[in-house]
Design a protein around this ligand. Structure first.
Ligand SMILES: NC(=O)c1ccc[n+]([C@@H]2O[C@H](COP(=O)([O-])OP(=O)(O)OC[C@H]3O[C@@H](n4cnc5c(N)ncnc54)[C@H](OP(=O)(O)O)[C@@H]3O)[C@@H](O)[C@H]2O)c1
Length: 364
């Protein structure tokens, strides 16, 4: 399990550290819905006898890091103890000071982390602690810690936002009827989930076709229509700037960016360049994007290799006509199909939700 042992013999307290890491992963998950654009991180501090003396997780960007919360709880009992963290502690000064300094000041003797920090700005924490005489082990329960922090880790490794394409379709794969009506394909429970999903993201993206057809508001709202505390930035991909000035996305409820060719340039097809858009969003700090359609933009996103996960709400309805969920991908044979791996299937009210990750694209 341990991959970077520098401290000589494996500690006799390995079972305690394993249990602590399992707990730290569960703590990290508590921040998963609120923490973006920061990573979901959990931390458990053990005293020198292996007893838990502090726990923490990172809840939101700008708030204290998991290590700092756990160390504050532990107080003087952290001295000579072990910090068990799901992500390598940061060595840089962001909105809060470097966690490595806090760990050293608290007198931590040993650090166990799960996943190395891929962010070149913040990484180097493990090395810095080793240089100061702290025993450091990495890789413990790395798979579980990866899973809980997958959006952030994927975004930082690919240097573009982790992108989830969400749609609601009938059982025969239609996202609107022949007359263009589409709003109530999925039921109230599914719509409630979508609002919650929006508030976990930094950015919501639609094509101008969807704005013209449906005039969506794209905010995260509660049962009573009240705006949620966290609102993603709304982006309309609109090559020529056809978004009407009266569009609901242009109200002041959340920030909105109508991304035109003047902003992001044109791709080979002459339309707004989606890779440049992803670069711009990443540079502005976005780590999670929810792509909400429609079929033309979703196909272009897929062709550009910019989608990581699909969340499909399938309603027990048949239409037999109307646009299908996805436009032409240029795939002519089954070998070139985009392949996904189902992560989760759930009944949501009268609908079924399928969560799947993209594993292979265009025969790759
Ligand atoms: N049920 C659902 O989940 C759901 C969700 C969304 C939409 N819909 C339905 O889908 C229909 C609208 O579909 P749609 O395909 O017209 O809308 P869309 O995919 O939202 O928008 C397509 C438009 O986006 C613009 N665009 C900008 N850059 C692009 C690029 N690089 N590649 C491709 N397009 C780009 C293009 O217009 P420009 O070239 O002018 O920029 C294009 O015509 C409506 O009936 C709506 O109700 C259903």
């Amino acid at each position: 399990v341990t991959t970077q042992t520098t401290g000589g013999e494996r500690q006799p307290s390995h079972a305690l550290e394993l249990a602590a890491m399992r707990r730290a992963v569960a703590l990290a998950a508590r921040g998963a819905a609120t923490v973006s654009p920061n990573p979901a991180v959990g931390c458990v501090v053990l005293d020198q006898h292996g007893e838990t003396v502090g726990e923490g997780w990172h809840e939101r960007a700008g708030g204290p890091h998991a290590e700092v919360v756990a160390l504050d709880r532990a107080g003087g009992r952290a001295r000579g103890g072990t910090a068990v963290v799901t992500l390598e502690p940061c060595a840089h000064t962001g909105r809060t000071g470097p966690c490595t300094d806090r760990l050293l000041a608290a007198g931590i003797a040993r650090l166990v982390y799960a996943v190395a920090d891929p962010d070149p700005v913040a990484s180097g924490g493990a090395m810095r602690l080793r240089e100061r005489g702290v025993t450091v082990d990495g890789g413990l329960l790395a798979d579980q810690a990866e899973a809980v922090n997958k959006p952030w880790l994927t975004a930082v490794r690919r240097k573009r936002p982790f992108t989830v394409w969400k749609y609601a379709a009938t059982l025969d794969g239609r996202v609107a009827a022949a007359d263009g009506t589409s709003r109530w394909i999925s039921g109230a429970d599914a719509r409630r989930e979508v609002h919650a999903m929006r508030s976990t993201c930094d950015t919501v993206v639609v094509g101008v076709g969807t704005v013209l057809a449906d005039d969506p508001h794209l905010t995260a709202r509660g049962e009573d229509g009240e705006l949620a505390g966290r609102q993603p930035t709304r982006v309309v991909v609109d090559t020529e700037g056809r978004t009407p000035p009266t569009a609901r996305v242009l109200d002041g409820a959340a920030p909105t960016w109508v991304a035109t060719a003047a902003d992001v340039g044109r791709g080979r097809d002459g339309r707004a360049d989606l890779t440049t858009l992803a670069d711009r969003l990443y540079a502005r700090g976005s780590r999670r994007v929810l792509l909400e359609g429609g079929p033309t933009l979703a196909a272009a996103y897929l062709r550009a290799g910019l989608i990581d996960r699909v969340v499909a709400y399938v309603a027990p309805t048949l239409l037999g006509a109307g646009p299908s969920a996805l436009g032409d991908l240029g795939v002519a044979t089954l070998d070139d199909a985009v392949r996904l791996e189902v992560r989760h299937v759930a009944r949501v009210g009268s609908d079924v939700r399928i969560d799947a990750d993209i594993v292979a694209q265009g025969g790759r």
